[in-house]
Write a protein that binds this ligand. Structure first.
Ligand code: MUC
Ligand code: MG
Length: 386
């Protein structure tokens, strides 16, 4: 029987981070999470999340823009769809809305969550050929901006058996200063941990040449997006010149980019991100192109909270090869949990939820308390009283 949407709701939730998160392009002190709730006329609810980093400093979709794209342009398309037919629905959305990958991913996630609940199966069973693993290795990002604090943080994570892969955010300081910071951390952690860096496009090719040589000598295992996402020629030349593997992140905005990068031999590893790719199915296609081209895979994050992280985990659980693990630690960077039951992190892994759909539920009271429009309402009420 066809299912029409009875309710489509979007809201922004602002949650502080546990410490400032220093990236090449922004310092995050909070995360703005866009949640989507789609309730079918059969009463089944699907949840999705569209979350980016640092407002508009990372990409060209902002939290406010994601919400607007869904409310104004995607919701009217959903209104005339049978939303239980996901491929048909997302194809109609794609015809009406160009780009806006984060917004589309949030909506597709909600449709998949509801479909899984209707069928009584996890989302991982609806994409790809089902699961090949139940737990995902999870990296942690050291980005306090301070070497001693980063080492102390890494030691705590190792002691707690939470993470033994560390990604360092660099690119803000001169290359040699950044590398000295990374080398000190790698020296302190030694063979107990894999140390990788993410430059978030901050270098030009000459800086990347110097940086990649020095990072390789320091024992670093991987460099993520050292140059601009459009600098495909430079990425290919860096791959050819350096033993240190280069991972594409910002350059990968879906299967067509994946194909172009594979053809140009411009990366040895892909960071697969569901939002950046435009949804779980598009991200699955990115992974399949990597597989066909002998490119390694890593489950990337946009520092999503529990809903987006669970969705990414379902996809990563289906990938036959996930050589570089994942960085699905988003909820752990936030001071507040918005899921009724937090995701489980133990023994250096994230457990992929097992229940129907995404297998997670929102803590509705927390969400009601944290939602941005509630704050506004309170401010407006206070202004009206004064
Ligand atoms: C990115 O560029 O990969 C992922 C982890 C983190 O700390 O920031 C990101 C985004
Ligand atoms: Mg990155």
């Amino acid at each position: 029987m066809a299912v029409k949407p009875a309710k489509i709701e979007t809201l922004i939730v602002d949650v502080p981070t546990i410490r400032p998160h220093v990236l090449a392009m922004a310092t995050m002190r909070h995360q703005s999470i866009v949640l989507v709730r789609i309730v079918g006329d059969d009463g089944v609810e699907g949840l999705g999340e569209g979350t980016t980093i640092g407002g508009l400093s990372y990409g060209d979709e902002s939290p406010e823009g994601i919400k607007l794209a869904i409310d104004t342009y995607i919701a009217p398309v959903l209104a005339i769809c049978d939303i239980s037919r996901i491929a048909e629905t997302t194809a109609k959305v794609a015809r009406a809305v160009v780009g806006n990958h984060f917004a589309k991913c949030a909506v597709e996630t909600a449709l998949l969550d509801a479909a899984g609940k209707r069928l009584g199966v996890p989302v991982s069973e609806l994409i790809g050929g089902g699961r090949v693993r139940e737990g995902l290795p999870v990296a942690w990002t050291l980005a306090s901006g301070d070497t001693a604090r980063d080492i102390e943080e890494a030691e705590r994570m190792l002691d707690a058996r939470r993470h033994r892969i560390f990604k360092l955010k660099i690119g803000k300081r001169p290359v040699r200063e950044d590398v000295a910071h990374v080398a000190a951390i790698k020296k302190a952690l030694g063979e107990r941990a894999s140390v990788r860096v993410d430059v978030n496009q901050a270098w030009d090719e000459a800086a990347a040449d110097l940086g990649m040589r020095l990072l390789f000598d320091a024992g670093v295992d991987l460099v993520e997006q050292p140059v601009a996402r459009t600098a495909m020629g430079a990425m290919a030349r860096l791959c050819a010149r350096h033993a240190l593997p280069l991972m594409a992140d910002e350059a990968l905005r879906g299967p067509r980019d994946a194909f172009a990068i594979a053809c140009a031999a411009a990366a040895r590893v892909f960071a697969v991100k569901i939002a950046q790719a435009g949804g779980l199915f598009a991200a699955r296609d990115v992974a399949q192109i990597a597989h066909a081209a002998d490119i390694g895979l890593y489950g990337g994050t946009m520092l999503e909270a529990g809903i987006g992280t669970a969705a990414s985990a379902h996809l990563c659980a289906t990938l036959p090869s996930l050589t570089w693990g994942t960085e699905l630690f988003g909820p752990l960077l936030l001071t507040e949990e918005i899921l009724a039951e937090p995701l489980t992190y133990a023994n250096f892994e994230l457990q992929v939820p097992a229940g129907p759909g995404l297998g997670v539920a929102l803590d509705e009271d927390r969400v009601a308390f944290l939602r941005r429009d509630r704050t506004r309402t309170l401010h407006a009420a206070a202004a009206a009283r004064s």
